[in-house]
Ligand binder design. Sequence first.
Ligand SMILES: [Ca+2]
Ligand SMILES: [Ca+2]
Ligand SMILES: [Ca+2]
Length: 299
Amino acid sequence: MNTKFIMLLALTLYAITAPAANLTTSTLDGGGQRATTANYANNGSVGTIGGISTVVSPSERMRHGYIGQLFEVSSIAVTGTPVSVNEGSTSQLSGRAALDDATTNVLSGADVNWNIVTGPIASINASGLATTDIVYTNTPATARGFYLGATNSVTLSVLDSNPDNYQAYAGDGLNDGWQVQYFGLPPNANAAPTVDFDGDGQDNLFEYVAGVVPTNAASMFNLQIANVTGQPNQKNLIFSPRFTDRTYTPEFRTNLLTGTYANLSNFTTNDAGLVRTNTDLSATQASKFYRIKITLPQL
Ligand SMILES: [Ca+2]
Ligand SMILES: [Ca+2]
Ligand SMILES: [Ca+2]
């Protein structure tokens, strides 16, 4: 009988402490005895049957080895891992419960009932795994957890990790947030890259790369070619708008019917606000045609 009793206690102890093996235990009653002979001494113990285990951070406090524990939940705190989560990805929701006897319990995602309050969360399964929607810009999303009468919410930050994957605006080479800004939520055929919605001769793709407004015909990329006073072998290429996150490469050709554009090599650059002036220092050809290549590194 004694043997069976001790084994049962040991199993009980293991089941309670196993999830937090690094906890420091205070023993209420070691239950051991000291046995001695002429040659040796032995301090026997049936183990740390009852005690309180604590972790300072994150706060955790458990009482183990008792036959039962009467408590009420004072409050819960819930979170997501990660809190900043990519669109179309997952965040594991979980929580902690503060009990009225100063115990703090860890709550798995399955311990808590979850509701989607607002924002791009597609679903939360029975294990508390939240799956986020596809977004066109970084968007907050809030979930609420319920546990034994207590409730708390967590706000995830759903990251726009792919700028060209949103519904009908996906995969067209235009930043979805930019399309929503000017043309509203999809679908809207006017937001397509080849459309010149404002009729200024520059299509949406060009206006996006150039950084101008696609719904305002007065907003467009301008390039002027001007003489340089006192320098007959130079020409000014004056263009705007010019932004620091784009690369502007002046190109030229000497015949519009044959040949291709080549990079201008001998020129200077001067910026004044949104206006850039490239001065071609070798404008010696009888005729010379210029264009500016604009490169936007990201969508
Ligand atoms: Ca996106
Ligand atoms: Ca797009
Ligand atoms: Ca246009």
